[in-house]
Design a protein around this ligand. Sequence first.
Ligand SMILES: Nc1ncnc2c1ncn2[C@@H]1O[C@H](COP(=O)(O)OP(=O)(O)O)[C@@H](O)[C@H]1O
Ligand SMILES: [Mg+2]
Length: 145
Amino acid sequence: MNKIELKFSAIIENEPFVRTAISAFILPLNPTLDELSEVKTIISEAVSNAIIHGYNYDSSKDVYLKAKITENLLEVTIQDYGVGIENIEQALKSSFTTRPDQEHAGMGFTIMKTFSDKFDVRSQKDIGTRVTITKIFKKHYQEVQ
Ligand SMILES: Nc1ncnc2c1ncn2[C@@H]1O[C@H](COP(=O)(O)OP(=O)(O)O)[C@@H](O)[C@H]1O
Ligand SMILES: [Mg+2]
């Protein structure tokens, strides 16, 4: 088992850093390019949701990310202590967004769900939101020279 924890300011410029950090963390799993890009996309969507929706770009607030590898399984939780989601069922629907004005397509949760093997959202209004994603990596065997 291997794990990391990151705490970062709710600044949108931190998103590429976090995405790259997680990419590096999963390299020992020898991910395919598809798996790598799926993980990057999941992280990118969840982190941007925490910053934009959870904290409304309030840079004084912090986002918490935990990632854990157990054999060929990655579990990531992204947590914010922001506004929370009143109606999770509605938020999870494809094309639902509370920011239609700002080029949000409402596809973030759908993408996270599609690219992960297990996906869970816990949220409470005015308390915050926690997204947990599990991804299983194919086992790659090194060719014998
Ligand atoms: N961390 C969060 N905190 C508060 N609300 C959130 C959070 N993540 C998502 N939401 C709510 O769920 C909706 C759907 O999210 P998503 O599928 O990523 O689409 P989009 O980000 O394009 O709006 C958002 O518009 C927002 O209302
Ligand atoms: Mg989103």
